[in-house]
Design a protein. Sequence first.
Lengths: 118, 304
Amino acid sequence: MNTPLLIKNIFIVYLAALTLFCMVNTAQAKALPAYKLTIKNGHFEPEVINVLAGTRFKLVITNLGPGPEEFESKRLRKESVIAEGVTRSVVFAPLKIGEYHFFGEFHLATAKGKIVAQ
Amino acid sequence: MASTIFIVWRESIEAMLVIGILYSWLKNQASATALDKKNASQGMRYLIAGIGAGVLLALLLAYIMLKIQTELASESLDYFQLIMVLLASVLIVQMVFWMRRHGRHLKQHLETGMQQASEKRSYIAMAVLAMIAVGREGAETVIFLYGTGLSQQQHLAIFISLAVAGFILAYLSFWLLSKGTRYFSWQLFFKVSEALLLLLAAALLVDSVDKMIALDWLPTLIDPLWDSSNILDDSSRFGGVVAAFTGYRAQPALMMVLVYISYWLLIKLWMMRINSTSAKQTKVVKSDSQNRDLSSVQNKAIES
């Protein structure tokens, strides 16, 4: 019956290591290049955002409404509900050169946009 | 307009699925023996408490999302959501294995104090799971309903009825699944539920790995490993539902694929271990209890 205990301990060590790793990693994240994105009447403005490839950056998203919006992109691994009148900044991991589409889950037909990493 | 129904359905089906399965399972336990009945009704109280706590959590999170302005708050919310998703994934897997072991235990095992203590722990885990299931998606439902409701004052009545329709549809989806027990056997219902829960846990795991990659905590290794968006686009409505319930990604990173495969391998290993230990236990108890009510023991063994 020592194996479950062992597995448990291994998991604890893994978790501790991961936490440490994260703390080191987050400590260096500040003063990122920022890009603005506005949501209005079910549309994104601008619909194309050019960013620098290979650098962390943040998107400052403001929802002017009417109503809430969910900024979503499977490719960019983001999902963020933004209520009307709220500004949220979303930090992105460095992107490779390419196009990354995103959309507004609550206005699927109209709310579309993409980030172009160059 | 149809999107209102869909969004509400989509946001509430997950919680209904988890709670519905736990509820059916407890109800089935309750009908087994007198002792199980006492335990199961205790479990039911925990489940209801968990749902209540979940509604409060949803309101609290929704309030935070409405008021959020600073970067720090926004970051903290991201971390909190990551913890919730990961915890939900772990708890679902734990719940599946607990149900499995439980189904195989014989009733005399429950009489010991230790078993009762572990029973209580499992009920607490169940309550926490219900709380997260309701709280996580519930917060988004609240934001959507409240926000969209406010912005549609002229059509408020239509909007409310559409939202209610979404809830009803989600309930019907679960009801259909649970009615399966009528037409099929409990075992089949349990197997289907188990598969659905394990898939959901996998999807939540994928979601949390995505969040960790996005935070730059995990490397992608190769990204993307492939692109199957021509076959099934995960950003389409149907693809999104598949993604939410299986963890499907059209453009997954190698890291994600590795995690996904390891998850199913671990599940498989655990299942094999449970099956082999419970087979041993059944043998021991059977020889111990020859002068006890043999038929009930056998019934239980057959059930499991």
